[in-house]
Design a binder for this molecule. Structure first.
Ligand code: FAD
Length: 487
């Protein structure tokens, strides 16, 4: 029987997790027709329940911040951590917003409802088969024989097998009932050959997860897997006592390896969220990274559809952002692996340290413009040109690069501009705040950079000064927010 054409649309989004929903919402906000295909029933249970407060600006960009805040998810501040033998009570700054502990079924459904409210056509539950190139367009066959045709496809199908240098890791987890806890905060603990994550969830259950080498439970029948899970939990200091009196639902297993897609995506196909890269669950930032990548991909698709001459630029931006984000999170995780390796001295942690991190994206250098006499530049600072978010588009932007940055520092410009709606979608850099403060102070104190770039765009001055501050990273190390005049 021939397939039945369902709909011709601008963009097909395959997968309705946070990455797919974010892409669909942002694309609809930008005026595009979107079909989103999700194979699971509404309210699909899922891991990934702890969201840091920094997720809020992204939710606000999508117009769902208030709805998430009103959804009665838990709002813990900080975490209880025992990583290198010392018990730490990590408290967030009381002035900051707390994070969330969500029920992912409800959270994901809330995002899909918001997508529908923006005009997205949601097909659920129906599985999509592999997207196929069809002339200048894409077709996505659905398992029920229907077909969606569009110019761009956003692949948001979540985890699948990808190559990577980090050891294969799995998570064994279960939801425990009647856990007697007073403190709603997340518990994180490292042991010799595993690490633990536990947190209460809205409406009662407690998720206790153990992360181990995949080889330890490969091929184990269900009953033995449950036994291994219980044995591992019995070795945990933070979770053992807490779970003593209660009982778990079925023990489940899922892949938790750190991976990045290395195959370049074909034209018109954008992989987002865990379809593009997976980060260590340690950071609890997977959902945030998925939302950000979904929002960025929407701007890329918008550029491809409305400015075909910039399509290649949008593709390049999308690929570079995935590499950069994965690298940024790998760097953060390395610090934790190294601390655990020092304390526990085991092969489990050493293998994760030894796997290292991927090299950074390289950029082409441009000639320096004339500089203000009062400024000196670190010889490793380079002026370059990269594809970047520019409001609702991907466009070529001037940027500053330096080995101590994750990549070219275009983001300082985007973030410094309050009118840039996409600013929240830019990956935060740990040095950005310090750099911006230093840059702002320098500008306020009259520093000038009278080059042609400044005439073209006021904010380039900030960008340059931010890079200048980064170049003096040693000084920033000693005093986190120095006066620019002291640099
Ligand atoms: C053990 C573990 C713990 C974690 N803990 C945290 C945490 O505390 N905090 C955090 O932020 N992140 C955490 N993460 C990461 C987080 O779960 C993911 O980063 C996040 O879910 C990624 O979102 P996504 O939209 O890319 O993919 P997903 O959430 O996996 O969504 C993919 C969607 O695509 C659908 N789909 C797949 N194939 C098809 C198809 N063929 N047709 C149609 N639909 C399809 C699926 O049904 C699914 O709804 C954790 C991950 C693991 C493994």
């Amino acid at each position: 029987m021939p397939p039945r054409l369902l709909e011709v649309t601008d963009v097909t989004v395959v997968g309705g997790g946070p990455a797919g929903a974010a892409s669909a919402i942002r694309l609809a906000q930008l005026g595009h027709r979107v079909v989103l295909v999700e194979r699971a029933e509404r309210g699909r249970p899922h891991v990934g329940e702890s969201l840091p407060p920094t997720v809020l600006p992204l939710l606000q960009t999508l117009g769902v911040g208030e709805r998430v805040e009103a959804a009665r998810f838990l709002r813990p501040r900080g975490a209880i951590v025992q990583w290198d033998g010392v018990l730490r009570d990590v408290r967030d700054d009381a002035r900051d917003e707390p994070g969330f502990q969500v029920d992912r079924g409800r959270f994901d459904a809330l995002l899909l409802d918001a997508a529908c409210a923006c005009g997205v056509t949601l097909l659920q539950p129906v599985a999509a088969a592999e997207p196929q190139r069809d002339g200048g367009a894409w077709t996505v066959p659905l398992r029920d024989r229907r077909v969606v045709r569009s110019r761009v496809v956003v692949d948001a199908r979540g985890r699948r097998s990808m190559a990577g240098s980090q050891p294969a890791t799995v998570a064994l987890y279960a939801y425990w009932r009647d856990v007697n806890h007073i403190d709603p905060r997340t518990r994180v603990e490292a042991s010799r050959d595993a690490w633990y994550w536990g947190a209460p969830l809205p409406d009662g259950p407690f998720n206790a997860t153990v992360f181990i080498d995949a080889a330890r439970c490969a091929g184990l029948p269900r009953a033995q897997r449950a036994l291994l899970y219980r044995e591992l939990l019995a070795e945990s200091t933070l979770l053992r006592k807490l779970l003593n009196e209660s009982s778990p639902d079925e023990v489940q297993v899922c892949d938790a390896s750190v991976r990045t897609e290395s195959e370049p995506a074909p034209d018109g196909l954008l992989r987002v969220g865990e379809a593009a890269f997976t980060i260590d669950a340690l950071s609890s930032q997977g959902v945030q990274a998925a939302l950000r990548s979904g929002i960025q991909a929407a701007v890329c698709a918008h550029t491809m559809l409305q400015r075909p001459s910039s399509a290649a630029l949008a593709h390049r931006f999308h690929a570079e952002q995935a590499t950069r984000t994965a690298r940024h999170h790998a760097q953060l995780a390395q610090g934790f692996y190294a601390a655990a390796a020092r304390h526990h001295g085991s092969a489990f942690w050493q293998a994760r340290v030894d796997a290292g991190i991927a090299p950074r994206v390289t950029t082409e250098s441009r000639a320096w413009p004339a500089l203000d006499a009062m400024l000196t530049v670190d010889s490793r600072v380079r002026w370059t040109c990269v594809p970047a978010l520019d409001g609702e588009w991907i466009a070529l932007r001037d940027a500053i690069d330096h080995p101590s940055l994750d990549g070219p520092a275009i983001d300082a410009v985007a973030l410094a501009d309050p009118s840039c709606r996409a600013a929240a979608a830019v990956e935060p850099h740990p040095w950005r705040r310090a750099c911006l403060c230093a840059a702002r102070e320098a500008v306020a104190s009259g520093a000038r950079w009278p080059g042609r770039v400044v005439k073209r765009r006021r904010l380039c001055r900030l960008e340059f000064l931010a890079a200048f501050a980064v170049a003096r990273r040693d000084a920033l190390d000693r005093a986190p927010l120095p006066r620019a005049s002291a640099l």
